[in-house]
Design a protein around this ligand. Structure first.
Ligand code: C2O
Ligand code: CU
Ligand code: CU
Length: 461
């Protein structure tokens, strides 16, 4: 089904052959797939005593799957689309070749129902990532299609257990059935929140963990909309990585602010004693809401958080700030009047938002103009200006960036794929344009993305 586009072919023949050789686009490639996903519809119970019809997942069995890859090891993932609509899979946060990035028309043709596409790449960074469709994104994610992607460090960091927590809401009525996935008036503001909070598709799940052991909790917020503050209560716990990137110093696992798409790796020291219970909570204005519980079991393993070695840094290049060009981006309202284009990847029928006064009009075949073009290997400062009264988690594919400064607050010196811009905040971030291609650049509140707050940046060699 999916051949190389002319642009990819030209890029490939122009000297990025090595990058393409690592990919799996060649039909009939002899390389064995080590993973397989099947985009499926299913009925599954989320709210007790109900069965939610027409959910979607990457497996047909009602468990959001966790994909485990190894840093620096080539992998192949065969994606079969068993839905009766088109889709693509995007590997959020992975710095991999552009043609594996899963963005319809920008990097590949949509995978039609009944077709299989092999994605193949070598993850350069270790950490907690996730994957999701990038076609009809609002509805497919709303129905359930998200998965945590773990890239394991080459060297075992010494935890007793590794526990991915896929954190998200669903919009369900009392009968457990989906209600409208969003409301237009909310899409033009902060976004539409879900009605039922879940972890790994369960409401307030309990995890039994070995008493006194060290557990790596991999928090991944795969929600469409919610910018939330999370905390671990009732146990010693520290954040060791944010958005896949190890922190120079662990910080207590309190006030962890995560926007849609963001992740936190938390080292949890399970309490001793079977009567204690630790909790993952979401801090709401009404008070903390328990999302999951961790219950110690058995005699204590007697471990100590100080036994953990720091996680090794990922090989993200350091930008050359003295010689960086500044590129400006303004995130604002849509100038108005533009009707979105029909797309097999879905349209909400509205444009409310824009980047540099240009609303993204939908996922349609190109040619499309980039918001900016960067030169391969050069350093850039992106000046991100939010002129709206809403929060926007601005996400860039393919390249990680460093937070430099903000006009509103101290920003930690994090390396990330998402900058959470608060209302009327301007933030500078810096990157080395080291990955050639057309990289999606959008707000990760999916209603904003789907009503104009999207575009792409080009890196050309
Ligand atoms: Cu989770 Cu375009 O990204
Ligand atoms: Cu992404
Ligand atoms: Cu937004």
């Amino acid at each position: 089904m999916f051949g190389l586009s002319r642009r990819e072919f030209l890029l490939g023949s122009a000297g990025t052959a090595a990058a393409f050789a690592a990919g799996g686009l060649v039909a009939g490639s002899a390389q064995a797939a080590n993973h397989a996903l099947t985009l499926s519809s299913l009925d599954h119970g989320i709210v007790p005593d109900t069965v939610t019809r027409n959910m979607m997942s990457f497996t047909p069995d009602g468990v959001p799957p966790v994909l485990r890859l190894k840093q620096g090891a080539e992998c192949a993932i065969d994606v079969t689309n068993a839905l009766d609509e088109a889709s693509t899979v995007h590997w959020h946060g992975l710095r991999i070749p552009n043609h594996m990035d899963g963005v319809p028309y920008l990097t590949q043709n949509p995978i039609e129902g009944g077709q299989t596409l092999r994605y193949a790449f070598t993850p350069p960074d270790a950490g907690t990532f996730w994957y999701h469709p990038h076609c009809n994104t609002l509805e497919q994610i709303a129905r359930g299609m998200t998965g945590v992607l773990v890239v394991e460090e080459a060297e075992d960091p010494g935890f007793d257990r590794d526990l991915p927590l896929n954190i998200r809401d669903f919009r369900l009525g009392g009968d457990g059935q989906f209600i409208d996935f969003y409301k237009p008036r909310n899409a033009a503001r902060g976004g539409t929140l879900g009605t039922v909070s879940t972890v790994n598709w369960k409401v307030e799940p309990d995890y039994e963990l070995e008493a006194g052991s060290l557990v790596r909790l991999r928090l991944a917020v795969t929600d469409l909309t919610r910018v939330g503050t999370y905390a671990i209560r009732g146990a010693e716990a520290v954040v060791v990585a944010l958005d896949s990137m190890p922190l120079p110093q662990p910080v207590p696992a309190r006030d962890i602010q995560l926007a849609p798409g963001q992740r936190a790796d938390v080292a949890l020291r399970v309490p001793d004693g079977e009567d204690s219970v630790a909790e993952l909570v979401l801090m709401k204005s009404s008070g903390p809401k328990v999302l999951a519980r961790f219950r110690p079991r058995g005699a204590t393993a007697g471990r100590d958080l100080r036994e953990l070695k720091p996680l090794p840094a990922n090989p993200v290049p350091l930008p050359d700030l003295a010689n960086a060009d500044v590129l400006e981006f303004v995130f604002g309202w849509s100038p108005g009047g533009d009707a979105p284009r029909a797309s097999i990847c879905g349209s909400l029928g509205y444009t409310f938002w824009s980047i540099n006064r240009t609303p993204w009009l939908g996922d349609v075949p190109g040619p499309l103009d980039p918001l900016a073009t960067m030169k391969l290997g050069k350093s850039y400062i992106l000046r991100l200006r939010n002129e709206t009264p809403n929060d926007h988690p601005i996400h860039l594919h393919g390249v990680s960036f460093r937070l430099l400064r903000s006009n509103k607050r101290e920003v930690p010196p994090l390396v990330t794929d998402t900058a959470l811009l608060q209302r009327e905040e301007t933030m500078d971030v810096a990157l080395v344009a080291d990955n050639p291609g057309d990289w999606a650049f959008h707000c990760h509140v999916i209603e904003h993305q789907k009503t104009g707050l999207a575009g792409f940046l080009r890196i050309e060699g």
